[in-house]
Design a protein around this ligand. Structure first.
Ligand code: 6GU
Length: 275
């Protein structure tokens, strides 16, 4: 980042990045900003994510914009109801189509309009494709992402089909709603944006980026409560440190995530995996 004037950034059609009152020209020519539109019945749940930590800082600097939309603002009855009983019977409730279609069209424009192809539309639901680091990477290249947070037993399926949403899940367990998964997605995407992390390489050297988990890290003091930092890390021998870290990373991955190693071996032998 080089300090520049605000008008220079604006003329280039980029979103200004600002730190301590100074504007910076983004290092790549690509407009790096991402806008999230979140459609939810609990907009208040997102307050901590938009104001704290890495995402909070990215919002303050203008790298990220987060627009929260209350689905209940698009209801027309006095109870502001967003759900109804499922056809065919069964327990639980289902999100009804009208408020969701109205909210989506109000926020993103008419279905099939010219603005639409540039918007990635995601429903958070346990029925979706499982989120992983490659999908996080892919999404970090988008400039606009709409997130629809599920609840109850799910959505009237015409919402998924008629509005062209893709379904994403964050793992094989059930949560009470799509808000926490949406926050997981936002956090994982924002930290990959150039300029969001303090250290440019820090996102490339971590768990999952190379298909294995991180090696263990240590900091001062060299001995704490009788536990010593491994000698090799204090040695200053970078080749040996690299070797040690590589071995520990593989050891850890084998111990807790053997599936990752199998995936890696298949990739190395050139075989394809569906998932
Ligand atoms: Cl995206 N939603 C809900 N409700 N539960 C989940 C999930 C999503 N992903 C994993 N569990």
């Amino acid at each position: 980042y080089k300090p520049v004037s605000l008008s220079t950034v604006r003329r280039a059609g980029l979103r200004p990045a600002r730190r301590a009152g100074t504007f910076f020209f983004p290092t790549s020519r690509r407009a790096m900003a991402v806008r999230f539109d979140i459609i939810t019945i609990f907009p208040g749940m997102f307050s901590s994510v938009v104001s704290e930590s890495i995402v909070g800082r990215a919002v303050k600097s203008g790298l990220v914009e987060i627009n929260r939309v209350d689905l209940r603002d698009f209801t027309e009855d006095k109870h502001r109801s967003v759900d109804d009983r499922p056809y065919g019977g069964g327990p639980g409730m289902v999100f009804k189509p009208e408020p969701v279609f109205d909210a989506v069209e109000n926020v993103l424009g008419e279905v099939g309009s010219s603005a639409e192809p540039g918007i990635r539309k995601i429903i958070l639901t346990p029925q979706g494709r499982r989120l992983d680091q490659p999908l996080m990477r892919e999404l970090s290249g988008e400039s606009r992402i709409a997130l629809l947070c599920g609840h109850y037993e799910g959505f009237d399926h015409r919402i998924v089909e008629g509005l062209g949403f893709e379904e994403v899940s964050i793992g094989d367990y059930v949560l009470s709603g799509g808000e926490l998964p949406a926050m997981v997605l936002i956090d994982g995407i924002v930290r990959l944006l150039p300029g969001a992390l303090g250290h440019p390489e820090s996102s490339e050297q971590e768990s999952f980026e190379n298909g294995v988990l991180d090696f263990p890290q240590y900091t001062r003091p060299p001995e704490y409560r009788g536990m010593k930092v491994p000698e090799v890390l204090l040695s200053g021998n970078h080749a040996e440190i690299e070797q040690w870290r590589h071995e520990r990373a593989l050891e850890r991955t084998r111990a807790s995530r053997g599936d990752l190693l199998e995936k890696l071996e298949l990739q190395e032998t050139g075989q394809e995996l569906d998932n």
